[in-house]
Structures are given as C-alpha cells and as structure tokens.
Design a protein around this ligand. Structure first.
Ligand code: KDG
Ligand code: MG
Length: 435
C-alpha cells in the first residue's frame, strides 16, 4: 500500500480499508477468494453428462453435475448464458447466499432447468469449500452419522427366469437391496427393461424419442406375479423395491399396493405422476405398502404436501435436480419431522459427481435410508475419477477434500454430445398415455 501518513483520526475511509487489507494480507488471513472462471463441459462417455467447473483466484476447482436426461443442452445453455457470468467475482465461500441469489434473483423460480443449474453451482461450491478446508464435504455437514450407505441396484429381466438371474447377479455383487422390474407379456417394450440384457439405459440415442405401446391392465396383472417370484427366490431378508414409473391412476395404485403388501417391499416407487398430490390420500387409505416419490421434483415446496400429510415414506429427490446439497438437506430436515426418510435418485443419468454429493449427504444425514446405485458405463469412469467406492452393498464417499471427484477434461472431449431422448408411451389405441 502507498504511504499512509498522519494520525488515524485524519485518515480517509479508503486509507483505513487499504491499511486493514495490507495487514490482513501480510498475516495471510481473512483474504476473500474470488470465482474467476465458470465453464460448462458437455461430454458423452456412454451417455450424456453436463458438468460445471468453477475455478477460484486461489486456484481451487469445484465440480458440479448439471445433467438433465434428454434436456442436457437446455441446462448447459442456461448455465453458460445466464449463470456463469453472474458467478465471476463472487466469493465462493458464500454458498447459501449464492443459492438464494440464483433461486430468488431469477424471478422465474423452480423448474428442472433452473434447479439443476442451481444444484450444479451448489455442488461445485461445496466442493471448493471442502478443498479449501482440507476436509471431505460430509465433515462440513456435521460429520458421519453412519459408517456406510446402504445402496440398491437394478435387476431387470424380460421374463421371470431372466429377472431371477439378474437378481442373482446383483446379489453376487453384494447387493442386499434390489429393484426388480420385468417385461410384461403381450408388450414389445417396457420402460426400464431391456429385452436383450440386464443392463438398461432408458434414453435412446437419436434425434427423437422412440414411441412405445403401453397397457396398464397387462402390467397390473403381471407385476404382482413377477415380484412374488422374486420374493420367493430371495427369501425374506433381501430388500426388494419396485418402480411403477408414474404409470397408474390412484385406484390402480391402491390396488397394486394392496396386492404387493404380502411381499414386504422396501418401497413401491412413483405409483402415480404425483403432480396432483391429493390423489395419494386415496392410495394411502387403501394400502400400507411404503411409497417412494419425487425423482422429478425439484424443490421443498413440491414435497411440502407429500411430507406434511405423510403421503409418502421416502423422498426420492436427486441432489442435482433438487438444487444441490444445500436444498436436499432442507428437504431432509422437513422430512425428518414426519419420520420420512431419504432415498435419493441415482441412476446412470445422475453423474458420478452428483453421486458423490449424494453419498456425502447420506453419510451425514440421520434420516437418510438408501442410495440408488445403478453403476456407470466404463467410459464414464475414465472421465470421472472418484474417491467414492462401492463394496458389499454399500457406498462410501471417501476422505478426499471436497466431493472427491476429478474430471479428466482431456478424456471428456473425446466423447462429444449425442442427442438422446427418453421414450414416450401410447396406449393400444394410439393415444398418448396420461402419465
Ligand atoms: O432420467 C430418467 C431415469 O433417471 C429414470 O427412468 C430412472 O426411474 C428411474 C429410477 O428410479 O432410477
Ligand atoms: Mg424411478
């Protein structure tokens, strides 16, 4: 600083500030870091991922996941054009303030594109905070409340014998919680089930969605049979889950819930679209099957009625799509009051960065129940190097500072974006289904 002369009394404010900055600078404390770059990376190692990279003046890097299956480029543009420029010069330590600024400042609140963008920024800032503190994020959230995270994976089979083989394969990999989905006699395609193999990726590459034919009555006849065979096969100890993928009306959902009650499911997921949450009262009145809902919901306000009226047992929000670690923790805190637990969405379209964040939240959040873990294409592991690990049916985030994920940008550019869409469904008469 240039000469500061005279008595303190005669100094101008500028001189005082400069002196404080100089002293603080010399002591090496309290100097605010600044965001100097925010960039968006779109890559497709087996499937499309959108990743946000935030860099600070001190050279720290934070990574966030901004993947929204089938609408990736909308989030990439939202971040690039409207969010990244606003981040430059901001203090990366102000995670909550940045969240409020991006959520409330936009005027157009909520919605998956906005909330996925806010979530990506939130994840990247938590990553930076962890790196700056030299601590894994779960330590900054209050530390571990459990030793490891129970996880479930998917078993799918076009027919019942194939489903049972797929369940056996999951158990051989150590899973003690398994989601079971099967084909439906009389249908050529079933969302979430591949005819050819146990692995499935619901988004198909191409410039338009594939159109599938769906028959709810056929599904309702077959699902209890396939799930009963699964329960019979695994015995009482293994946790079985099933996803109805929003396909039922309230009465069908109630009927399915009742039919599945003797099978002691861990949960039955997305029985109705739940856009109209009142209808779940009807389902609740008729069945005690545990209900999991909310992978497409993005804020605490969308969960408010589901939670406060105890219409569900598990919140399915994804850490990315529901506004990041900061917001998912708020949803969890609300849910805790009603003894509702968290079972976050974690298919392969939630990137390894978001999976890391979800597992950090899980380790530090009392009412966390289970983490979906579908696994990733091999190429995704070449791009995303992660400290989180899977062993014996459980996940752990690892102890690297921050989220513990590094993105290899040189490898990422070898996998350019390819258009891909989730399928749409029509009834047998050709009309679009209403779910
Ligand atoms: O992007 C859609 C998929 O994530 C969804 O089909 C997966 O329902 C799903 C689940 O429970 O994993
Ligand atoms: Mg689901």
């Amino acid at each position: 600083m240039a000469n500061v002369q005279g008595s303190a009394r005669s100094w101008s404010n500028t001189q005082r500030v400069a002196l404080v900055e100089e002293l603080v600078g010399k002591a090496g404390i309290g100097v605010q870091d600044r965001i100097v770059a925010a960039e968006v990376l779109v890559t497709s190692p087996g499937r499309n991922y959108v990743t946000l990279k935030i860099t600070t003046a001190e050279g720290l890097t934070g990574w966030g996941d901004a993947t929204l299956n089938g609408r990736e480029l909308a989030v990439a543009a939202y971040l690039r054009d409207h969010v990244c420029p606003l981040l430059i010069g901001r203090d990366p330590a102000r995670i909550e303030d940045t969240w409020q600024y991006l959520y409330r400042g936009v005027y157009w609140r909520r919605g998956p594109v906005t909330m996925t963008s806010v979530g990506a920024v939130d994840l990247a800032l938590w990553d930076i905070k962890g790196k700056s503190a030299g601590q894994p994020v779960y330590q900054l959230l209050g530390g571990a409340v459990r030793d490891r995270i129970l996880s479930y994976t998917h078993a799918t089979g076009w027919d019942v014998p194939a489903l049972l083989d797929s369940i056996d394969a999951a158990r051989e990999r150590g899973f003690q919680a398994i989601r079971a989905q099967s084909g439906v006699p009389g249908l050529d395609t079933v969302y979430g089930v591949s005819r050819a193999s146990a692995a499935y990726e619901p988004a198909g590459r191409g410039t338009a969605p594939t159109e599938e034919v769906w028959d709810t009555d056929a599904y309702l006849r077959h699902a209890p049979v396939a799930l009963a065979a699964a329960r019979e096969h695994v015995g009482p100890e293994v946790a079985l889950l099933h996803d109805a993928h929003h396909r039922l009306n309230p009465n069908q959902a109630a009927r399915l819930g009742k039919a599945l009650e003797p099978l002691d499911l861990f949960w039955l997921e997305d029985v109705t679209p739940a856009e109209n949450q009142e209808v779940l009262r009807h389902v609740r009145r008729h069945t005690t099957v545990p209900l999991a809902i909310g992978e497409v919901f993005t804020t605490i306000w969308e969960f408010q009625q589901l939670i406060t009226e105890q219409l569900i047992d598990f919140v399915r929000a994804a850490v990315t799509h529901a506004g990041g670690i900061s917001h998912l923790r708020r949803i969890a805190a609300l849910a805790e009051v009603w003894q509702i637990r968290l079972g976050p969405h974690g298919p392969s379209d939630v990137s390894p960065v978001a999976l890391a964040a979800s597992v950090h939240v899980g380790l530090a959040t009392p009412n966390f129940a289970i983490q979906e873990y579908m696994g990733y294409p091999d190429a995704a592991h070449e791009v995303f190097h992660h400290a989180w690990s899977y062993a014996d049916g459980h996940l752990h985030p690892g102890d690297e500072p921050g989220l513990g994920v590094h993105v290899d940008e040189a490898v990422a550019v070898r996998f350019p974006y390819e258009p891909a869409y989730l399928p749409v469904a029509r009834r047998r008469d050709g009309s679009m289904t209403d779910w």
